[in-house]
Design a protein around this ligand. Structure first.
Ligand SMILES: [Zn+2]
Length: 434
């Protein structure tokens, strides 16, 4: 619900999310939940009154709210003193409700949630839309559809029987099972279906016709399809099946990328998660040298794959994979992907900003509505104290945020008692789900 009062943002440098040059901006007007004027007052504007809320952005930088195309909310819960068992639907819901506020307070006003437990994320989305929770705009998948050996196989080797209810993957081992689960999730109101291929991409665990069957089923429900696909053949199959977005794609060859470019879908590499694995030992998870080396190799090959993809005009989307496995906390790492795009891939900072704003908007189903600051757009705006074009790491420092506006409303960042959630303690499992 937007404020009834009109919001006037004066001065400041506008980086509007379209990729255009930054411009000094005299006045930006928000009425209700829409931006109604960008530039300077003209004859159509009601004169300023004492009822208007005025924000002086002199010396500051006005950007669209960030959009994180890969942010889990219910995938993992950390330990808390006094909570004996955290993997219950009840605790998971409380955790997700708390986590989502941290995301918004980091300047992220929209997220895509590719997989989680139960239908917790659908409920969180509904709670945000209904005004019960303060959070970003959300599109969600349900549990990831995974065959035996896939990254979200809920019963890792040596088990073969169980499908524990508290896991973020659901076993589908035949084409019919993939279709049935897709229909079940569509019935509950997901926005996305997440297919899960293998952890590292060295084998393809979901068959070509299973991917195609999911796409056919989901698209008839107007639901998008994504896939965790690191491998060459799975990525190629996903492109041919016309999934909407490929997560990772690290091992895609030049020939695979040609097929993706022809098919026209974007990729979201997700560099931040393996980077944390290498630089922070998986946020204290003690990954071991073997896993760290493998993650480092995965990063290097992904950096080059992204360069190859950009050469072909493939759209590269930014997603942090926040909340994945045990690795990282909500609100802390959403801007890291932009830094890796710039410093490791060689992307110009403006392109990295676009990858975190207007580029991701279509995936939210809000193309031309969010991710850009222009008259008529939804008012998701973040005002930063420093210039992210000069230092892209600004986007990962909530301390640099002056004001967050979501849907026309200034977010009270003092509210809610947001205490940083603890990272999940180290676990025995050493893979990094995506
Ligand atoms: Zn993920």
């Amino acid at each position: 619900m937007a404020d009834a009062t009109r919001l006037l943002i004066k001065s400041g440098t506008l980086i509007d999310g379209s990729g255009g040059d930054p411009v000094p901006n005299k006045l930006l007007v928000v009425e209700g939940n829409r931006i109604t004027l960008v530039g300077e007052a003209d004859g159509s504007m009601r004169p300023e009154t004492p009822d208007d809320r005025v924000i002086d952005a002199t010396g500051k930088f006005i950007l669209p709210g960030l959009i994180d195309a890969h942010c889990h909310i219910s995938l993992h819960q950390g330990a808390l003193p006094g909570v004996s068992y955290t993997s219950t639907a009840e605790f998971c819901s409380l955790w997700a409700a708390h986590a989502i506020g941290h995301v918004l307070h980091a300047g992220v006003t929209s997220i895509a949630v590719p997989g989680g437990k139960w239908f917790t994320d659908v409920t969180v989305r509904e709670a945000v839309e209904g005004g019960l929770l303060e959070g970003p705009r959300v599109v969600v998948a349900g549990r990831a559809l995974s065959s035996y050996g896939g990254i979200f196989d809920p019963d890792p080797y040596p088990g073969f029987e169980g499908t524990p209810a508290d896991t973020a993957g659901v076993l589908c081992n035949t084409r019919d099972e993939f279709i049935r689960e897709t229909r079940r999730q569509c019935k509950r109101g997901v926005d996305l279906i997440k297919i899960a291929d293998s952890t590292w991409g060295d084998v393809q665990t979901v068959a070509d016709d299973e991917i195609a069957a999911v796409v056919d089923e989901a698209h008839r429900h107007n639901v998008k399809v994504t896939i965790h696909s690191r491998g060459s053949t799975s990525t190629r199959a996903a492109a041919k099946a016309a999934v909407d977005l490929i997560y990772h794609a690290g091992l895609a060859t030049q020939a695979d990328l040609d097929i993706i470019a022809k098919a026209g879908m974007p990729i979201a590499p997700g560099l931040t998660s393996p980077w944390i694995g290498v630089a922070h030992d998986g946020a204290g998870r003690r990954l071991g040298d073997g896993v760290r080396d493998r993650l480092r190799a995965q990063l290097d090959i992904s950096f080059q794959m992204i360069r190859n993809a950009r050469d072909r005009g493939i759209s590269v989307m930014s997603g942090s994979d926040t909340g994945n496995a045990s690795a990282f906390s909500h609100g802390r790492w959403h801007g890291k992907e932009a830094e890796l795009f710039v410093k490791e891939v060689g992307m110009p900072p403006m392109e990295a900003i676009v990858a975190n704003t207007s580029h991701n908007a279509w995936f939210m189903g809000l193309e031309d509505e969010v991710g850009v600051i222009a008259s008529g757009k939804l008012a998701d705006i973040v005002i930063w104290n420093s210039d992210p074009l000069f230092d892209i790491t600004v986007l990962q420092r909530p301390s640099e945020i002056s004001t967050i506006i979501k849907d026309g409303r200034v977010i009270d960042r003092g509210a809610g008692g947001f205490r940083q959630l603890p990272d999940e303690p180290p676990r025995a499992r050493t893979s990094i789900p995506g």
